[in-house]
Design a protein around this ligand. Structure first.
Ligand code: DAH
Length: 348
């Protein structure tokens, strides 16, 4: 009888070695270790044995059962390890493959244009002065010679941040409608030194967005304060800038205008860079492009900045940044600048 046990052990272990997957393993378990399996069947024989053989047989059968159970567990683990190795091999990454190319980024067209403008003015001796986007009513309007209810305030539709201003208080907050309030800040900080600065920055207007106008855009303000500064200095500066930015053949002209913070006030025009003055779609057949508002700093504004207008004079100007870029690169819609369409942005 003990030989039968031995031969079953041998057979079962050989069969187990041939098992290669979970299904076969389960079939093996049922065949040998299941309730109606071969080991159970063997144990059932115990009753048919002579009494003296039973203990030895029982012991051997139990040991067989334990051996097969241990072998089963071992095989199960070995199969799991094999399965894992197979899965890892199948999903392996080839770390030597070349990566997906990512092109280097570049500066936004507005930033590029702004930097070019700043570089030109820097060569002409202007420093950059930055002033805040959130301003008081007093800085944006009042100290620029527009007290509450001054009709010229209507030239700038305003995003108000607090209500006080609409009630006539000068302490109300707003998003600056132009970079001009920086003139007051720089004068108050530098007085009584002479000044030659530009003030680049974002401006905000409560206006309909169209192909020609955005409600957020950049301006560059300029301010020179000194002794004996005249309108010719302003015109010379404007002409020099136009030539350095657009090309040496550019010409400028001036027209009388009105701004509350300058006296006299002028508009600076430049001959159209596309048609050179002959008249085209871009210059609306006039041959000229408007490039800046400007003028001699109003005595009241000089005074508000701390400078005595009897001793000091100055010129100021302000112009948009996106418009010159539009003219230079023939961009016909200002909304493209902040639409975040990479097909547009990548062209610059
Ligand atoms: N601040 C004006 C605007 O936003 C532009 C301007 C005009 C600025 C004349 C100046 C100036 O400094 O002198 O429309």
């Amino acid at each position: 009888m003990l030989e039968r046990i031995e031969s079953l052990r041998g057979e079962a272990l050989r069969a187990l070695e041939a098992v290669e997957d979970a299904t076969a393993l389960e079939a093996w378990r049922i065949a040998y270790l299941g309730r109606k399996g071969r080991v159970s069947a063997l144990m059932d024989l115990i009753g048919s044995l002579p009494r003296e053989e039973r203990p030895a047989f029982g012991q051997a059968a139990n040991e067989l059962k334990r051996t097969l159970e241990a072998a089963f567990e071992e095989r199960k683990e070995a199969l799991a390890r094999q399965e894992l190795a197979r899965a890892l091999a199948a999903e392996a990454l080839d770390v030597t493959l070349p990566g997906r190319p990512t092109g280097p980024g570049h500066l936004h067209i507005t930033t590029q244009t702004l930097r070019k403008i700043i570089a030109i003015f820097a060569e002409m001796g202007f420093q950059v002065y930055e002033s805040p986007d959130v301003e008081t009513d007093e800085m944006n309007f009042g100290l620029l010679n527009m007290p509450p209810h001054h009709p010229a305030r209507d030239m700038w539709d305003t995003f108000w941040i607090s209500d006080e201003a609409s009630t006539g208080s000068t302490q109300g907050l707003l998003l600056r409608t132009h970079t001009s309030p920086g003139q007051i800040r720089v004068m108050r900080e530098r007085c009584p030194e002479p000044i030659r600065v530009i003030l680049p920055g974002k401006c905000y207007r409560y206006e309909q967005i169209t192909a020609r106008s955005e409600h957020q855009f950049y301006q560059v303000e300029g301010l020179a304060v000194g002794h004996g500064i005249t309108l010719s200095d302003l015109i010379g500066t404007a002409a020099e800038f136009a030539r350095r930015f657009y090309g040496p053949e550019r010409r400028v002209r001036i027209r009388g205008s009105y701004f509350p913070f300058t006296e006299p006030s002028i508009e600076v025009d430049m001959d159209c860079i596309l048609c050179h003055g002959a008249g085209c779609r871009v210059c609306k057949q006039s041959g000229w492009l408007e490039v800046a508002g400007a003028g001699m700093v109003h005595p009241v504004v000089l005074q508000n900045g701390g400078y005595d207008p009897d001793e000091w004079s100055g010129f100021a100007f302000g112009f948009g940044v996106e418009r010159p870029a539009m003219v230079k690169y023939s961009i016909d819609d200002i909304r493209l600048f902040y639409g975040n369409d990479l097909r547009f942005l990548r062209q610059f």
